[in-house]
Design a protein around this ligand. Structure first.
Ligand SMILES: C[S@@+](CC[C@H](N)C(=O)[O-])C[C@H]1O[C@@H](n2cnc3c(N)ncnc32)[C@H](O)[C@@H]1O
Length: 442
């Protein structure tokens, strides 16, 4: 079945209640606003349990790296930001594309099916989503798989979710499964269930626990939540930024520069670095190495969707709370912390085991995947004015260059052979991979 027919099969799916208007009628914040850790500390910063924990830690062992600060604040098992509450949507701190419209996940679902077809329809594949939030993206992808049942019915499909948060994994299970079974501790998966369409779903805390094999990896707004190290170029060489207690105000935190070069500043700065401030996310590098090794050996692909740059930006560390920007050192544990993804670093970490495509703007990817036609079909099937307006607003939020369409990027890793274009595609200056080149409907 050619790519265009895949899209047409999807057109038979109607509109679900689009999620957008539950989100502040369009004023909700998304996490790629320009902001940096240099913003002023708010007055009367509340003493949160996390702040108490960090003050104790720094008092006993000295200043900590920004990576350690971020890891504690976001994923500490007791008081970490991600661990015990739902931060997505109207009552949360920010919105994401899968929460805005079903069209987003549907087109990504089509992308994976088209990659599966292009690699000769293997009889088994697994979809691995990293940091699945509420499970909405996988839910929309599963609806596409179900719609394309005539094509996929003989394929053994399983879903693997890498999620550190007990609270969010509960929400994902409610979204995706009829019933779930908690597994015993010795199993690499900490939870298992069966999706409403009969596909098995497994949960893991770490990507290393996910079985190997032909895999489609998906990371939407995941890598930006992983801990970064921050480095500043000084007259004495590169120095790492640390988080310390402000001696003027003992209950407050501040950034300081390490007096000497650290192991991290020696190891992580690229020899050709020309910026004077650099953020490095080694955890993202380790994950990409694992994905690249598996794709090289067993096939599949990885789709990474996030805000980021190609090794050009400097200070992008920022926080969000209640749909507002938030100072990163204030009331730790109550706000999301994030930093832009460096796609050039990810590509270096893949070590040429796989080919990289992108980053390209979200607007271009979704357009190439046929979002305009999908929107028209949804609009044709909807008569009431409110739902039509919701659909148009969510389209605009996803596609506008000043909104998510311009701020988010799509980046893919694929086996090298997937980038060998046919003569027909070469004459159209297109790539053989859907989404990353103009759509050829014939
Ligand atoms: C910003 S949210 C994005 C959620 C979802 N992908 C979306 O776009 O709506 C980040 C997700 O990654 C999860 N997460 C953060 N750090 C993680 C880690 N170290 N390991 C596994 N999951 C993590 C969070 O719990 C959450 O599900």
């Amino acid at each position: 079945m050619p790519f265009a027919l895949l899209g047409r099969s999807l057109l038979r799916c109607g509109a679900r209640n689009d999620r957008f208007l539950r989100l502040h009628g369009g004023s909700a914040i998304w996490r790629c606003q320009c902001f940096s850790s240099e913003n002023k500390v708010e007055e009367n910063s509340p003493v949160t349990p996390m702040l108490k924990h960090l003050l104790m830690k720094i008092k006993s062992t000295g200043p900590i790296t920004v990576a350690e600060y971020m890891r504690e604040v976001l994923t500490n098992p007791v008081t970490g930001y991600y661990m015990h509450h739902d931060m997505l949507g109207e009552k949360g701190d920010f919105v994401t594309s899968p929460e805005i419209s079903q069209m987003f996940g549907e087109l990504i679902g089509i992308w994976f099916v088209s990659e599966w077809m292009a690699s000769g329809k293997p009889n088994k594949f697994q979809l691995v989503e990293l940091g699945p939030g509420r499970g909405s993206l996988t839910q929309d992808i599963l609806r596409v798989f179900n719609q394309l049942d005539s094509l996929l019915s003989k394929c053994d499909i399983s879903i693997h979710l890498v999620e550190i948060s007990p609270k969010l994994s509960e929400i994902q299970a409610l979204t995706l499964t009829e019933e779930k079974i908690k597994l015993i501790d010795s199993s690499p998966a900490y939870m298992q269930g069966v999706a409403k369409t009969g596909i098995p779903v497994f949960w893991y805390r770490d990507v290393s626990d996910v079985p190997l094999g032909y895999s489609f990896y998906l990371a939407h707004e995941f890598l930006d939540a992983l801990p970064i190290h921050k480095f500043q170029k000084t007259e004495k060489g590169w120095r790492e930024l640390l988080v310390d207690i402000d001696p003027e105000t003992p209950g407050k935190l501040r950034f300081v520069l390490a007096p000497f070069a650290t192991a991290a500043s020696e190891a992580f700065i690229h020899e050709k670095e020309s910026r004077d401030h650099v953020e490095v996310c080694p955890d993202a590098g380790i994950i990409i190495q694992k994905l690249a090794q598996n794709i090289e050996k067993n096939g599949g692909s990885a789709l990474i969707v996030d805000y980021g740059h190609n090794g050009t930006k400097t200070d992008t560390f920022r926080g969000f709370c209640g749909h507002k920007l938030h100072d990163v050192l204030t009331a730790p544990g109550t706000a999301d912390l994030t930093a832009d993804v460096d796609f050039s670093y990810l590509q270096r970490m893949a070590q040429e085991r796989v080919a990289a495509l992108g980053p390209i703007k979200q607007q271009d990817f979704l357009k190439n995947m046929g979002i305009d036609i999908r929107l028209q079909v949804l609009l044709q099937n909807v008569k009431d004015v409110v739902t039509r307006r919701q659909l148009l607003q969510s389209y605009e939020m996803l596609m506008d260059l000043d909104k998510m369409g311009g701020r988010f990027n799509f980046f893919a890793f694929l086996p090298h052979h997937r980038l060998v274009a046919s003569d027909k595609l070469k004459s159209h200056h297109s790539t053989p991979v859907a989404g990353f080149g103009e759509l050829l409907w014939k």
